[in-house]
Every structure is written in C-alpha cells, then in structure tokens.
Design a protein around this ligand. Structure first.
Ligand SMILES: Nc1ncnc2c1ncn2[C@@H]1O[C@H](COP(=O)(O)OP(=O)(O)O)[C@@H](O)[C@H]1O
Ligand SMILES: [Mg+2]
Length: 229
C-alpha cells in the first residue's frame, strides 16, 4: 500500500552550497495492516521521512507510491483528499482545539466532507472510538480539563475518525509520563489490529518499538532493518 523508491531529501542550508542531505536513499515497502517503527537519533530525519510518507512534504529525489499511485503526479486537491481521508496523523503535541469539546475535536476532520449525509453515523463512530479508549465520560470536556495522556488519546481517535488506511505517529508518547506512554502504546497496537490500520510510528519508547511488527533505524540518511526475526 505504501512504497518509497530511492527517496531523497535535501534541504538548502545557508553557507553550504551542497545543502543538507537528510534522506539519501530510502527504499521501503509497507504492506496493508502491518506496523513499522522508525527509530534513530534526534535530527536524523525521522520527522522529515514521516512527513514525506504522509504527503505533507515532497522528496527532492525518488518516488512515493500510495496505493500504487505516485504522489508527485497528483493534483493538490487530490493530495488534500488523501491526507484527509486515507491518512491519520498523531504528533508529539496533540494539537487539539482548546475551545472545542473532546467530541467536537474528534469530528473536525469530518467537516471537510461536503456530503455530510452521514453525520449521525460519524458521530456514533466518534462516540464508539472514545469509549474504546476509555473516554466515554469526557465527551463534553475541553482539552484543558484533561491529562496529557487523555489528550493524546483524543488525538489518536481524531486521527482515526475518517477510517484512514494509514496511521502515522511522530513521537506520540514523547511528552507523556511513563504510565500514559504505555497506555498510548497499548492503544496503538490494539487499534492496528482491530481497525486494520497500517501503522508507521517514530518513537524513542523501547516499549512501543518492541511491540511493532518491524523495527527500522534511520541514520546517515539511510534506513536499516533492526527487526529480530
Ligand atoms: N524545513 C527545514 N528546512 C531546513 N532544514 C530542516 C527542515 N526540517 C528539518 N531540517 C533539518 O533536517 C534534519 C532532520 O530533521 P528532522 O526530520 O526533524 O529529524 P528528527 O525528526 O529525526 O529529529 C535536522 O538537521 C533539521 O535541522
Ligand atoms: Mg522529529
């Protein structure tokens, strides 16, 4: 479902004509329903790679195929549709809207759907998912009234509301304490199974890393398999 072929990313850097080659030659195939973790030192390009996978950023070399389609060949409206419908994102900071309730935050990604015929269905899915993550009692709370772990669970539910094929998480437990981190790790693993969503996670958490199907390490612009077989 996702394929990177000789992907490279170079940033211009002032005072350096060569530029900064963050990703040099990344070839990777992710099959539907699988889980993959990317580890690597800070600054090694993990976020850059995840943003390219999620069509938030373009590579400067190579190709990204999503369901066999070359992302570089798609119009911006089609890319926006893929980002909204097929891909869910969870970041280190939850990016919830502070003035909206938990339920409203989860429904934000559904607002772009012009049909809006299925509003009742979507609401039911939101409530169901919030129950699944143990937040049934918090639907009308605002983010400021929740713990960090609870907020991140809301962010995970929001990422899943449009039934994406691919869930991308960039250090989702990076700003949480140990218990909340383990909780989010359990949740991601469980949702990978039950929602059949393909999962690509960047993390420093060994506990999360060791529960993913495949472990890859990014260093010197290259991705190496670290999975134990
Ligand atoms: N928009 C950008 N412009 C220039 N350099 C960038 C940009 N984004 C990231 N970088 C650089 O690319 C490198 C990798 O960054 P990043 O992908 O955030 O790494 P990681 O997520 O592994 O910490 C860093 O040296 C960073 O400074
Ligand atoms: Mg990063």
């Amino acid at each position: 479902m996702l394929e990177l072929i000789h992907v490279a990313k170079k940033y211009d850097s002032p005072g350096d004509k060569q530029g900064l080659s963050v990703l040099k030659d990344i070839t990777l195939k992710v099959e539907p329903g699988r889980s993959l973790v990317i580890v690597g030192p800070s600054g090694s390009g993990k976020s850059t790679l995840l943003n390219i996978i999620g069509a938030l950023d373009c590579p400067t070399g190579g190709k990204v195929l999503f369901d066999g389609r070359d992302l570089a060949g798609l119009a911006e409206t089609e890319l926006a549709r893929i980002r909204n419908k097929q891909i869910g994102f969870v970041f280190q900071l939850h990016h919830l809207l502070p003035q909206c309730t938990v339920l409203e935050n989860v429904l934000v990604p559904t607002l772009a759907d012009k049909k809006r015929s299925s509003i009742k269905e979507v609401r039911e899915r939101a409530v169901h998912l919030l129950e699944r993550v143990g937040l049934e009692g918090f639907l009308l709370y605002r983010p400021g009234e929740l713990s960090g772990g609870q907020r991140q669970r809301v962010a995970v539910v929001r990422a899943l509301i449009n039934k994406p094929k691919l869930l991308l998480a960039d250090e989702p437990t990076g700003s949480l304490d140990k218990d909340s981190s383990e909780n989010i790790a359990d949740l991601l693993v469980e949702l990978n199974g039950s929602e059949k969503v393909t999962l690509v996670v960047v993390t420093h958490s060994l506990r999360l890393a060791e529960r993913m199907g495949r472990v890859m390490e990014l260093s010197d612009g290259l991705l190496k398999d670290r999975s134990r077989r």
